[in-house]
Design a protein around this ligand. Structure first.
Ligand code: NI
Length: 174
């Protein structure tokens, strides 16, 4: 069956997931995030690798934001008839909610509670539920299953960014 051409962002995030089970990937993420930041000092957590790249702490805040957005989106897709998703501006949330000033414990507590709940909603959903659609402003109709898989790929791409943000750097003066 010919497949609909995927939007580049969708293709990119699904590429990070590959053929892996999205629920398994997403269930493992909280522990992986804790391991990534274990023993990391506060300066390193809050240092941006470049002026326009988020620090590890900002990325942890982003994990919580995205999980909150998905908590709402997943539920609306199940409860409403082809809901139109409300756009979300991650940079604006990061800047105005002060993610860089919070602790990793705060970000992780919110993320983990929402992740547990979002996984529970997914596991209880039937195949027909998972095929339910929403309308994305730019990309048109997509399924709950596609959005869920994108979320799993999104986990991996941002975990790689956290690793990158925490990579020791040569001093600028050398
Ligand atoms: Ni993101």
């Amino acid at each position: 069956m010919p497949e609909k051409k995927l939007h580049p962002l969708v293709e990119y995030e699904l590429g990070w997931l590959g053929d892996d089970d999205p629920a398994q990937v997403m269930a493992a993420t909280p522990q992986k995030l804790r391991e990534l930041i274990e023993g990391v000092d506060d300066d390193s957590l809050r240092r941006r690798p470049a002026a326009d790249s988020w620090s590890a702490i900002e990325l942890l805040g982003h994990f919580a934001d995205i999980e909150l957005i998905h908590a709402e989106r997943f539920r609306r897709i199940l409860a409403e008839d082809k809901p139109r998703l409300v756009p979300f501006d991650p940079d604006a949330w990061n800047a105005t909610l002060g993610h860089s000033k919070r602790s990793p414990v705060e970000h992780l507590a919110l993320f983990e509670a929402l992740r547990r709940s979002n996984l529970d909603v997914w596991r209880r959903a039937s195949l027909a539920d998972r095929a339910r659609e929403y309308i994305h402003g730019e990309r048109g109709a997509e399924s709950y299953e596609l959005l869920f898989k994108m979320c799993a790929g999104h986990d991996r791409l941002h975990m790689a960014q956290i690793q990158e943000a925490l990579r020791p750097r040569a001093s600028a003066s050398l």
